[in-house]
Design a protein around this ligand. Sequence first.
Ligand code: XLS
Ligand code: NI
Ligand code: NI
Length: 431
Amino acid sequence: MTDFFKDIAPLAYDPNSTGLDFRHYNPDEVILGKRMEDHLRFAVAYWHSFAWPGGDPFGGQTFDRPWFGDTMDLARLKADVAFDMFDLLNVPYFCWHDADIRPEGDSFAESLRNFEEIIDYFGTKMAGSKTQLLWGTANMFSHRRFMAGAATNPDPEIFAWSAATVKACMDATHNLGGQNYVLWGGREGYETLLNTDLKRERQQAGRFLQMAVEYKHKIGFKGAILVEPKPQEPSKHQYDFDVATVYGFLKEFGLEGEVQMNIEQGHAILAGHSFEHELALAASLGIFGSIDMNRNDYQSGWDTDQFPNNVPEVALAYYEVLKAGGFTTGGTNFDAKLRRQSLDPVDLIAAHAGAMDVCARGFKAAAAMLEDGTLEAMRAERYAGWDSADAQAMLESDLGSIAQRVLDDGINPQPQSGRQEILENVVNRFV
Ligand code: XLS
Ligand code: NI
Ligand code: NI
């Protein structure tokens, strides 16, 4: 143990807690036949909690962490503190980008050596901890070399650098027994169409994703490859706009059976959708994988990556996750950061503990709504007409025959209530 979190005891489940302990998250409680921990599969995001300095567009670093700096010793100290926090929170998973965990070297080779050394160090830490790797990913958006994109860059040398980076990150994820590999293309898009060959860039992105899938099979990585959609920010427009757009892209490049979605709450909102919309759509397309749980400030219109604190919203999201059959390789990754005034070690713990409790409450509400069955029964009733043999036969028929039947049978449909308020009242019984 380092002394960073000194005075903070491991968090326990205590329904009467007025401190840091969980009031709702009880990992061992069985819900719908499974432990809560195995349903929710919480993960800590290394970048926000341990690498982010607290800057915003108007000011720089506010956090003063003892591991900030560019040496390998500090990278190991950062890992020590991270695993201390994983233990205190009793989280089963964490996630990283290469750039979060190792100092950048003067060459690709040096960065790779640094990275592999930390990955080995993670291996040792994971052997003595319950916390395992949910996913790894490559940061191909922070360094200035990526300012015009990674796979979609006009410069083929950046494409090559990106390919080498993803290979290294996939190797590391595989070696650590990671459950998924994520690709989020923050700079895979454009700032202005005036300098952009959109057709060429999309082709490059498609070929790049095919290469990642080919490499997964080559090394025998059994986890899932996940793409994380986002419509914009940092680019003005990003090619992986939302779930529907990515699905079209996967179809175009023959990858729909190979790649699933990592869906983030804040990204769904930026795309003009609700989180549950993106989850329901991915499930209906058979590409639901994992979630990045956070929230935006609805006034600011950008990706503020706050910890979730709205139980009714979270409940509707987990309702879709449960209807999709729950997580397999995926989980609930807190892609969320402290506010820049939250300077103290206890703020990091409180943020995660609160978020885990919000998720637990939302999840329990979602499970109760599903068990109660009213919502699904009312949905089934709404579509009951389609259960008849005539209705099903119509789908195999043609416009002419259907038109004839409308005339012959004197079909005269009567409008039916959609019952939205009644359904919302049902939800409110549980949240
Ligand atoms: C940024 C993304 C990023 C991905 C991983 O908005 O959410 O954090 O999850 O690269
Ligand atoms: Ni995000
Ligand atoms: Ni994310």
